[in-house]
Design a protein around this ligand. Structure first.
Ligand code: ZN
Length: 113
């Protein structure tokens, strides 16, 4: 399952962060997930909660922000939201679209105490 692998990566990073800060508990983790990653927040939260059992991150709140898929037109330079994976410039109709955001998957911050 896609989300379990991601949840595992998030948990490892959070645990490393906590131990490098000498923290006793992880209270919250902010995650940025691009629309293109296909991450389902509920599934990720569920997977994370299951994996975090018995670790410093048990009960930690996972805050997932979905980053919309946006593209930049290579012909006219317009930036716009890419709707339904249709990579067409809404200003000039060009198909030469470069992805600006929506591919990222990263931990933005880890809150510890
Ligand atoms: Zn254009």
């Amino acid at each position: 399952m896609h989300e379990m692998t991601i949840a595992q990566g998030i948990l490892e990073l959070a645990l490393n962060t906590a131990s490098s800060h000498g923290a006793g508990k992880i209270t919250g983790i902010k995650v940025l997930a691009g629309e293109l990653t296909g991450v389902v927040p509920e599934a990720l939260e569920f997977g994370f909660a299951a994996l975090a059992e018995g670790t410093l991150a048990a009960g930690a709140c996972l805050l997932i922000t979905i980053v919309p898929l946006t593209g930049r037109c290579l012909d006219c330079g317009a930036e716009h939201r890419v709707d339904k994976y249709r990579f067409i410039c809404s200003s000039c109709g060009s198909y030469a679209i470069e992805i600006v955001s929506g591919r990222e998957l990263k931990v933005e911050s880890v809150e510890v105490e």
